[in-house]
Design a protein around this ligand. Sequence first.
Ligand code: BEZ
Length: 304
Amino acid sequence: MEIRHLRYFLAVAEEKNFTRAAHRLFIAQPPLSRQIQQLEEELGVALFEKGSRPLRLTEAGVFFQAHAQVLLDKMADLKTMTQRVGKIERTLSIGFVASTLYGLLPEIVRRFRTQYESVDITFHELTTMEQMRALKEGRIDVGFGRVKSEDASVRRILLREERLIVAVPAGHRLAEPGRPLKLRELVGENLIVYPRNPRPSFADQVLAIFSDRALHPEHVMEVRELQIAIGMVAAGQGISIVPDSLQGMKRTDVQYVEIDDKHAVSPILFSIRLMDRTEEIRNMLQIIYDVYEARGIPHVKEEL
Ligand code: BEZ
């Protein structure tokens, strides 16, 4: 079975007609019919119902269509990903979720720039799910995110688990100096979570922390992004659970309170194209570990 067979089959399945499919593929109809016949012979099953007008797929045909499409999409991704890995200019395009910008990302990038002056760095604010697509399309080379999603073309490295804290309006009754909050103390509050889309997102991680402990926040408000959540907290609309690094976003109208639960954490993930071991990626990972070691931050170390 050749890739050509998949392309021909998909055109016929979509057009539901041999003549239109042949036209779309810029070939004559008889060779197209022969190729589909060959494919059915090789598979030993009928992909189209005989004599149906417009053409209808058999059950095996529907199955084959779904998988053939996935294979062709993967081929397209392979092309852009390989072109990106083989690029000649020294560039590094970084995708990041907003919260990493309040934590160690700026320091890591400053160090990288100092050590590797000739590398041209660009930034894209993207959710973790958006980073997966951007990696495959070659728009970014590395993504810093928080949501564990499975994708066969992407390698995820867990850098560390970051503690979560609660952002409350300044002067709120829950903000008693030196008293960490129990999660059950938060269930009656208006809980502001982000981002609303795409899901699963950091919002689901926060909600899972409650549901894993059989707790159910009574009022949940979903907002588009971190900055809106913090703005809403400042305006007294509710509280929000955020990564510890948010303490770096100093505001006089918001206070940050620790959570009395060492399992209330969020992962920081480093995502790259599977098997991408280009110099810039290796250097970036090394600098992250250097920063962790310099600051005594516990982390998991992985080799590329
Ligand atoms: C961190 O906070 O651990 C981190 C943030 C951005 C990039 C890498 C690490």
